[in-house]
Write a protein that binds this ligand. Structure first.
Ligand SMILES: CC(C)=CCC/C(C)=C/CC/C(C)=C/CC/C(C)=C/COP(=O)(O)OP(=O)(O)O
Ligand SMILES: O=P(O)(O)OC[C@@H](O)CO
Ligand SMILES: [Mg+2]
Length: 253
């Protein structure tokens, strides 16, 4: 057996040599294929590095297929699935964050959904990228749905221990998640603590809305910053573009 990075993972690592990255999350439950198409095109124009597609609830089947197809038609950005379960897979995507919610209380989210989705990923030849997914307080919808025991905000060491365990289990990315729409993003000292012990790239998302948020999170050590709500709820494409430009300035400097 030869272990090799796939195309999307190689793209991520090559880009990370030069700068920090910004991924935008689109939830097929909240955006139509037409909206997704326009947003993705704009994302490419302003310098977003990849589009993630997923949601905790309802991001499956035809709505998922159509949103991913629309994004692929309007932009050349990689589309990475961010599934809430084995239902969140579509053959139109380039890659999938093949994630395990390490601090879930429910084995379904640690290994069960992964087993149920594995053959689908293989059949569709989607690139799986193994990832440790950790829910930090408050956790919001994904914390509840994923039956997580959210890591307390003032316990950075617990997050660091889980992240390092994820790396030692072979996961090639660590994602710290405060929950979509969280009032505050993952604390800076927790990001620093995690970054100081792992060697794999660190993704941070949840509650990042402004230039200042993005800058703090990036400067604390996040390699990839994810935003969803700020773009989905911008109200207009022009406002979304403005927000993205300032988030990207905060991330890439
Ligand atoms: C690898 C495979 C096949 C499955 C993994 C399944 C796992 C571990 C899921 C983790 C738990 C979970 C529910 C994750 C959802 C991640 C996600 C897309 C979050 C963002 O969605 P939100 O915006 O919070 O969702 P809503 O908009 O639906 O509230
Ligand atoms: O919607 P926001 O708060 O930007 O969160 C994005 C992502 O981390 C959710 O999984
Ligand atoms: Mg959502």
């Amino acid at each position: 057996m030869k272990l090799r990075f796939g195309r999307v993972e190689s793209y991520i690592h090559e880009k990370l040599e030069k700068e920090k990255l910004h991924f935008v999350l689109l939830d097929p439950d909240d955006v139509s294929p037409e909206e997704a198409s326009k947003i993705a095109q704009m994302c490419e124009e302003v310098g977003v590095d990849a589009v993630m597609v997923g949601g905790s609830t309802g991001a499956e089947g035809e709505v998922l297929d159509e949103v991913v197809k629309a994004i692929k038609e309007s932009s050349s950005l990689p589309v990475i699935l961010f599934p809430g379960s084995h239902g969140g897979i579509t053959k139109y995507a380039d890659a999938i964050f093949f994630m395990s919610l390490l601090n879930s209380r429910n084995p379904f989210f640690i290994t069960g959904a992964q087993a149920l989705g594995a053959f689908t990923v293989k059949r569709y030849r989607i690139e799986p990228i193994p990832m440790a997914y950790l829910i930090i307080e408050p956790g919001e919808t994904v914390g509840w749905v994923g039956d997580a025991k959210p890591i307390p905000r003032h316990k950075p060491k617990i997050a660091a221990a889980y992240a390092l365990a994820g790396q030692y289990l072979g996961m090639r990315l660590v994602y710290l998640e405060a929950g979509s729409g969280a009032p505050e993003h993952v604390p800076n000292d927790m990001i620093r603590a995690v970054k100081s012990v792992i060697d794999v790239p660190l993704i941070v998302g949840g509650g990042i809305r402004t230039y200042e948020d993005a800058r703090e999170v990036a400067q604390s050590g996040a390699d990839i910053i994810v935003t969803g709500t700020a773009i989905e709820k911008a109200g207009s494409l022009e406002e979304a573009r403005k927000r993205l430009e300032s988030l990207i300035k905060g991330i890439k400097g």
